[in-house]
Write a protein that binds this ligand. Structure first.
Ligand code: GDP
Length: 325
């Protein structure tokens, strides 16, 4: 593959080239990995200029409806919008929560939008890494806003918040019980919370949910010092709250840029990413090492039969790794 040509086409804003570049990044073939690395190196100088927004919420909360409304609103205001997804459930269930239905039809038809489903298969770490690299490609291709969507299950919210500038948590308007179910940790990494479906009969309960969320946020540690996490009422179907979401994102970016925390956060994310790739690499080396493959079943049996303790066996595995792999 002519990577230089692909890179030039991608940088010139060619959507087909962008799609091809992402496919290369998602590929597991060794040849493609080399080419993907080359492509990334050549586009990196053109990346970094977008606002990266993470959006999460349980299936059915209205993520695709909101992203479509927000995306179209942004395009109307002169921006180019890319939507990527992190959906590790495809690995667990064999089907993808985010990818199975036809989504965001109007947005996907717009020439200023680029929508890409979650890379399929692989661990959360693997999926997240590919999405991170895809963000760079989208930026190099001229997208001003990159939205990364994820499902509210497992650890994917943490992964998405670690690759975006602004993390939005979407909630349903059911007050009380629903509120109990929100993980505190997820609220703490959120830069704004949207109570969606604040329309019709739900309007009243949405207002109660907003107050309750604000009360909880009040006692939690804010995701970023110098920023109070707001709760926004929205209705994706009535197009309510969309402008407010964007106003909040812009205010956040302005605040964080003026106090230096914006670039600080990106630097921290890049460092964490580097180490997570190192850890993944080490794990691969460990699990692919022939010595470990041979010894592990013996050590596991010893642990099963209580002939040794798990920590002693672990130490032995690490020693075998250090001396032989
Ligand atoms: P996702 O699974 O989080 O992506 O949710 P969807 O965007 O697919 O929305 C799930 C369902 O909720 C769909 O039937 C939508 O039409 C509906 N929905 C989404 N947003 C709203 C909203 O603001 N108000 C109401 N009443 N329904 C909504």
């Amino acid at each position: 593959m002519d990577i230089e040509l692909l890179s030039n086409q991608l940088i010139s804003g060619d959507r087909r080239a962008l799609a091809k570049g992402i496919t290369l990044i998602e590929s597991r073939s060794a040849n493609h990995t080399k080419e993907a690395k080359k492509l990334l190196e050549s586009v990196i100088p053109y990346s970094g200029k977008s606002i990266r927004i993470g959006i999460s919420g349980v299936p059915g909360v209205g993520k695709s409806t909101i992203i479509e409304s927000l995306g179209l609103y942004l395009i109307d205001n002169g921006y180019k919008v890319a939507v990527l997804a992190v959906d590790p459930t495809s690995h667990i269930t064999g089907g993808s929560i985010l990818g199975d239905k036809t989504r965001m039809e109007n947005l996907s038809r717009d020439e200023n939008a680029f929508i890409r489903p979650s890379p399929s298969g692989g661990s959360l770490g693997g999926v997240a890494r590919k999405t991170r690299e895809s963000i760079f490609l989208c930026e190099a291709s001229g997208y001003d806003v990159v939205i990364v969507e994820t499902v509210g299950v497992g650890q994917s919210e943490v992964a998405v918040s670690s690759m975006t500038d602004f993390f939005l948590l979407m909630q349903l308007p059911n007050a009380g019980d629903e509120l109990q179910g929100i993980k505190r940790g997820i609220m703490e990494i959120s830069n704004a919370i949207i109570v969606n479906k604040a329309d019709g009969e739900n309007l009243h309960s949405a207002s109660i949910a907003k107050k309750q969320l604000e009360n909880v946020l009040h006692i939690l540690k804010p995701a970023e010092s110098g920023w109070v996490t707001p709760v926004i009422l929205a209705s994706a179907v009535e197009n309510k709250g969309i402008e407010e979401i964007w106003t909040v994102v812009r205010k956040y970016v302005k605040t964080m840029k003026s106090n230096g925390r914006f670039s600080e956060k990106r630097k921290r994310q890049a460092r964490e990413w580097m180490w997570s790739v190192v850890m993944d690499g080490l794990k691969d080396m460990l699990t692919n090492c022939e010595y470990i493959k041979n010894y592990a079943p013996i050590l596991e049996k010893s642990v099963d039969e209580k002939c040794t303790t798990p920590s002693l066996a672990a130490e032995e595995i690490l020693n075998i790794f250090k001396t032989n792999c």
